[in-house]
Design a protein around this ligand. Structure first.
Ligand code: FAQ
Length: 327
């Protein structure tokens, strides 16, 4: 992925201090930065890294749920799931387009994903073992995505912020359809309720990991908050997610798989048990159950789509030549 390198992010930069100060003033005044505006190289690279990772996550994120379209238990469930998976594909496309305005091509971003240089969200390296997982993904994974993305609607970079508004509206529908699936199971037979509980047990901790490492370990947070790309830290968003989600689990009569989870009256939120960061980094670095399958599936889609890209280019070239000839 695009590392922030030596420019900007760590304070070392070749760019004039007056330029960086003037840019920071625009950020502090809550002005939106647009693609043709002058921007520090570190800001541009950070956005390419984050938006690229986000786009890859949406596209790879279609795979775990896509796996269940043919096995959805009714026509209604199939139609809703199909629409959801298509929405995620749309989100990936807006995000690739937003990143392209920063001077990176979609081909470059795809190459970085396929070569393992670019990351995508750790959550999509877990398998979907039962129908309940489809409900749980909508409830928890889309729920976590919304918690992270609502503040991104106020991101300082205009195209990213604007893309997030529509994305959040759609994610909000996804979250509700997921919760409704889990509610149906939780109110069903004892076997169905057990299936919902087993799914919550498997997805709870990976969902908390979606917010990224603890603040003390988060290498990009400080600079990203200064540039108003991020508005809240990883831990702040994780806490908001836990506080919103635990009552939803209680309402369903399901238990959150964390024996240390306790309400802390003083802070007005839940205290939680330790997150297994070894597991997080193992999954991020390619050692999760599904990492290999996910990249193989993306590689196959890229290879199978080569003729479409070639045909589109040939068609565009023909049109251009025809237009030139007519001039
Ligand atoms: N997985 O310094 P920080 C969705 C990496 S969309 C993998 O804290 P930052 C919708 C991070 O990239 C889900 N890698 O980084 C959906 C960095 O590595 P790098 C995706 C992770 O950028 C639902 C390193 O660790 N959402 O779910 C993860 O300040 C259902 C150090 O971390 C977004 O991408 C992780 N979980 O904060 C789709 C939202 N966490 O790049 C289908 C936008 C951290 O230097 C179905 N992104 N890393 O090599 C963000 O808000 C931020 O990038 C964070 C990370 C919060 C993810």
């Amino acid at each position: 992925m695009y590392s922030q390198g030596l420019i900007g992010a760590d304070g070392r930069t070749d760019e004039a201090p007056e330029f960086l100060e003037a840019f920071q003033k625009r950020i502090d005044a809550e002005e939106k930065i647009e693609p043709m505006d002058a921007m520090p190289e570190g800001y541009r690279r950070t956005l390419i890294r984050q938006i690229g990772q986000h786009a890859h996550s949406e596209i790879v994120g279609m795979l775990p749920e896509g796996n269940w379209i043919t096995r959805a238990p009714s026509l209604k469930r199939k139609a809703a799931l199909l629409a959801k998976v298509q929405d995620e594909g749309g989100h990936g496309l807006y995000l690739y387009a937003a990143a392209e305005t920063l001077g990176v091509s979609r081909d470059q971003m795809t190459e970085e994903l396929l070569s393992g240089k670019a990351k995508y969200s750790s959550i999509f390296n877990y398998p979907t073992l039962s129908w309940a997982d489809i409900g749980t993904i909508g409830w928890l994974v889309d729920g976590a995505a919304i918690m992270n993305q609502i503040p991104l609607c106020r991101c300082s970079f205009g195209p990213y912020a604007r893309a997030m508004i529509r994305v959040c509206k759609e994610e909000s529908f996804h979250q509700r359809q997921g919760y409704e699936i889990v509610m149906t199971l939780a109110r069903g037979t004892p076997e169905q309720k057990a299936m919902a509980q087993d799914s919550l047990n498997r997805w709870w901790w990976p969902s908390l990991m979606m917010f990224g490492p603890h603040d003390a370990e988060s290498q990009h947070s400080d600079q990203n908050m200064k540039w108003k790309i991020k508005r809240f830290s990883n831990d702040e968003l994780r806490q908001k997610f836990i506080d919103a989600t635990v009552p939803q689990a209680q309402f369903l009569g399901l238990s959150v798989p964390d024996p240390d989870l306790t309400w802390n009256e003083e802070k007005g939120g839940y205290d939680h048990g330790p997150i297994d960061w070894d597991e997080f980094w193992r999954v991020v670095k390619g050692g999760g159950v599904m990492n290999r399958d996910r990249i193989e599936a993306r590689q196959k889609a890229w290879d199978d789509g080569a003729w479409v890209r070639e045909a589109a280019l040939a068609h565009a070239e023909k049109r251009r030549a025809r237009k030139l000839a007519a001039e």
